[in-house]
Design a protein around this ligand. Sequence first.
Ligand SMILES: [Zn+2]
Length: 154
Amino acid sequence: MALPGVPRGRITGMGTGMGLGVKIRAGALLLLREEARTALPQECCGFLAGSGGVITVVLPACNFLASPTSFEIAPQELFRLVREIRAQKLEHLGIYHSHPAGGNFPSPRDIQRAFYPQLAYFILSPLRDAANPVRAFSIRESRVTELTIETVQG
Ligand SMILES: [Zn+2]
């Protein structure tokens, strides 16, 4: 399914041969970690938006599946979020969800259902001892590339 108004990507470093990165404001990063914890035992999910290629806004969504091992955003909510991003004149930059059991790497289902190669896929681990509680990936034609997360203060 193609969403209207999803812009071309802002994943930095694309095609330069250097590591790929994504920029996110420190406050948004904290909010994401909180989302993963409060959604327990279920997976949390939502969109990430911002401007100038920097993620500044977290738009939580309802996990339609109410599941600890998968997530789905209902179509009506998808469109509501896209409209909200457009109304705020923001760029849609990413999608996030959590893996309550840890292991925050894209699952086969995540890869299969990654329809937006231009977006950064953030996967969170709510576990206290997680080595990397927030990881981000580019998923293009089933190829997964981890993105370096650059935290922007403010
Ligand atoms: Zn997943």
